[in-house]
Design a protein around this ligand. Sequence first.
Ligand SMILES: C[S@@+](CC[C@H](N)C(=O)[O-])C[C@H]1O[C@@H](n2cnc3c(N)ncnc32)[C@H](O)[C@@H]1O
Length: 416
Amino acid sequence: MNSLIILGRQPALGLAELESLYGPDKLLPIGDTAVIVDVDPCLLAFDRLGGAVKFARVLTELKTVSWDEIGNFLVKSSPEHSKNMAPGKMHLGISVYGFYQTPKQVQQLGLKLKRAIHATGRSVRVAPNHEISLSSAQVIHGHLCGPNGWELLLINAGEQTVIAQTIKVQDIEAYTRRDRNRPARDAKVGMLPPKLAQIIINLSSGPLPAEAMLSVCDIPPDQPLPKLHFNQALLLDPFCGSGVILQEAAIMGYDCLGSDVDQRMVDYARTNIQWLHKLPKSPLLDEVSTEILLADATNYRWPRKPTLIASETDLGPPFGAFPSKTQLEAARNSCDRIARGFLTNISKQIDSGTRICLALPAWQVSQTKLAHLPLLDSIEVIGYNRVSFRHSRDEQLIYKRPGQIVARELLVLSKI
Ligand SMILES: C[S@@+](CC[C@H](N)C(=O)[O-])C[C@H]1O[C@@H](n2cnc3c(N)ncnc32)[C@H](O)[C@@H]1O
């Protein structure tokens, strides 16, 4: 059975992340927002995917995109499906992707299904469609993934419609808790969202080892994945700041080594990691080691050899408006020197083939133009190959919120 992922706000990032972990041949993107992953839903590590919003299993594919035909099929098949569910009130919701239907039309379809199922003697509650697709919060609070829940995803795949059932949605509350509740935060070094930290780690990980693909269906839903075979892996974040990447990597089961040139940041990261240990749902953390050091990444010799490197480098000043030419050059040169200095320094300390994902700054200099670090043009000279992806172009791997001047450009490298 195939898995289906609904991708987040910047789908190219989520696609690259999946491609990094599972390889390009396993992915079949559908439209702009969804991708079928040829991995059994029980083996897909959804909890570690920062670029995925919903996780579903494919139920069927219809050879039509006619709204009426889809409706007729569902009205016919839903009562039968409902009989297989645990007794009690059923919670139904419909989310639509790639169709031009209005929320009202989607809601009407939901009510039709409700009537058809109700005729079998079961009561049904339908989640209201404020938009044509339901939010993660609606899915969670509407119990649509519980034993009596049924969120149907209808995805336009050109000449066909993929029909899928949601298994899980992103745990928005856990992300918010890990982001906002950390005791040591500093807006000046930027706030790396935990989801973006997960994407950076997954891009640096490359294909998951076969042993890591264990059946998550055997694990209780409120438990994190157990530490598997990551014990060979040591993740380095040489610009760790307040430690968001270290925190997310530790939750995923990686042993971590972090460093920063600023003692205050080292203290912040240590405080945050200690806090993480006290959170519920973090039994994994007892098994991983996290070491945080004071070090200049451009000349330090780390005490242990990392096997993957995931980091957000110095982003320079947080501009509120397009920078002047002089401001831009100063920021560009300084950030380039630091990132380049690190890559040159670490290249002598890691094995060939070691993967690195760096979030580097890129600046919006006009409505349409981004300025990049000069480093991007001389990757091979300093001993690395750029890792590109089949389903996302290099220039799409840029994380940016609307109106933001300093974007984060994700650069994935492999040591030659
Ligand atoms: C954008 S912040 C990283 C923020 C981090 N991702 C977090 O979770 O808070 C960049 C960090 O790089 C550090 N830094 C700047 N130059 C450095 C250098 N040469 N060596 C090590 N760290 C450096 C800064 O002190 C800052 O904490």
